[in-house]
Ligand binder design. Structure first.
Ligand code: ZN
Length: 406
């Protein structure tokens, strides 16, 4: 029988806590406002507390939708501005535990980013949604990108959310984000064996160390390694190390191996949405039904609300991981590092499963390719990859900071 450890119990209480009747309206929406920027329209909801959320756009008629845990509406008759393109606003319960705000739009919109800014000084907790008006064409194309589901923050957004609770915000100049670099394999586990007889575990450790000094050299980050020598660490423990230290970003370094010796190039992995678990697939299916339920279709069956919200949190972390992965690929390309075809891939790597820490796994090249195995053995080639990684880390946290200025 599984033992319920105190921590698990705490977690359970936390999850259930959102839904016990006494706290049914712990969340309130206190104000809604719009701001026009040259490149986007920014919608800000003042909230009584931080929360998980989901934002997406719908067509026929055009709408933008925000799902939140049940909330109390204290924003009165929120006024819409003509430049926002919002013609009307309504809200209501969607299903037990979840309520929805629907903005009717004059034109199709693309949601560019959505994130929570924690309360700071006399500023309340805020949910910020950036969107732009797009042509019908672009709207349809975005729908295609998201595999025929909806334009959700998960697929397009690429905008990191806020920092976790209990941390100073990134805006404060003293806060240095913590980056955990995970050198793959080690000890009894050599990883892939290179055609030049080098082991993956040595390449990953060497690259991890180079990246550490690259990042520390900027003076902007704290950096820790999951291992700094040739020891074995379980995958689960690598994730635990990052979570214990409340890391802001987790980068796992590997080097691939494949039977075809001519294949080479770097690839970047994020956690696969579909493979992560059945609940996530269920959530996607639910989004496909959103066109129906936006009108508060009562036929929606009860879902396990707690699981849905956990999924939403996970999905938000995935957005950030995807943003980092795409940024990294761009930086690698700029440095003329050879990339694998479709270099951003996703799979169910155990090491990427921290629900609250954006995580990527970098396959720095192929140990099975003679030329690349030799390159990976040279400090100069590893430095090129480390510099691209450091550049991506800079861009990532720049975006996080930008999102917190409002
Ligand atoms: Zn590996």
């Amino acid at each position: 029988m599984p033992v319920l450890k105190p921590f698990h119990f705490f977690l359970l209480v936390m999850l259930l806590g959102i839904f016990i009747p006494e706290r049914a309206h712990a969340l309130s929406v206190n104000q809604v406002r719009f701001g026009a920027h040259p490149d986007k329209i920014r919608l800000v909801l003042d909230l009584s507390q931080k929360t998980d959320f989901r934002v997406f756009a719908l067509a026929n008629p055009y709408r933008m939708v925000i799902d939140l845990p049940d909330f109390e509406w204290r924003a009165g008759n929120a006024s819409t501005t003509p430049s926002s393109g919002v013609t009307a606003l309504r809200y209501g319960n969607l299903q037990p535990g979840i309520s929805r705000i629907v903005f009717d739009m004059a034109k199709p919109v693309s949601v560019r980013g959505a994130f929570i800014i924690p309360a700071q000084g006399n500023q309340p907790n805020r949910l910020v949604v950036d969107f732009t008006h797009v042509s019908e064409d672009v709207f349809q194309r975005n729908k295609d990108i998201s595999h025929g589901t909806l334009v959700t923050s998960a697929q397009l957004l690429e905008v990191p959310r806020s920092v976790p609770a209990q941390k100073p915000t990134l805006q404060s100049s003293v806060y240095k984000p913590l980056i955990i670099i995970d050198a793959g394999h080690g000890g009894v586990d050599p990883g892939a064996r290179g055609v030049n007889k080098t082991n993956e575990k040595n390449v990953t450790l060497a690259l991890a160390k180079q990246l550490k000094s690259e990042l520390e050299g900027t003076g902007r980050y704290r950096v820790a390694l999951t291992r700094d020598r040739d020891i074995f660490i379980k995958l689960r423990e690598r994730v635990a190390i990052a979570r214990r230290q409340q890391a802001d970003l987790f980068i796992s370094i590997h080097a691939d191996s494949i039977e075809k010796s001519n294949v080479s190039g770097v690839s970047v992995y994020t956690l696969s949405e579909t493979a992560s678990d059945a609940q996530t697939a269920k959530l996607a299916a639910q989004e496909n039904r959103a066109d129906l339920i936006a009108g508060l279709d009562l036929s929606v069956e009860d879902e396990d609300v707690a699981s849905i919200l956990v999924d939403l949190a996970m999905r938000d972390t995935m957005n950030q991981s995807n943003f980092f992965a795409n940024t990294l690929i761009e930086k690698l390309r700029r440095r003329q590092v050879r990339l694998l075809d479709s270099p951003h891939r996703s799979a169910g790597f155990a090491v990427l499963k921290a629900p609250d820490i954006p995580s990527v796994l970098v396959e720095a090249g192929f140990m099975s390719n003679k030329k690349e195995a030799e390159l990976l053995n040279t400090p100069a080639h590893r430095a090129k990859i480390a510099q691209a990684l450091a550049g991506a880390v800079d861009s990532y946290f720049e975006q996080v900071r930008k999102n917190q200025r409002i």
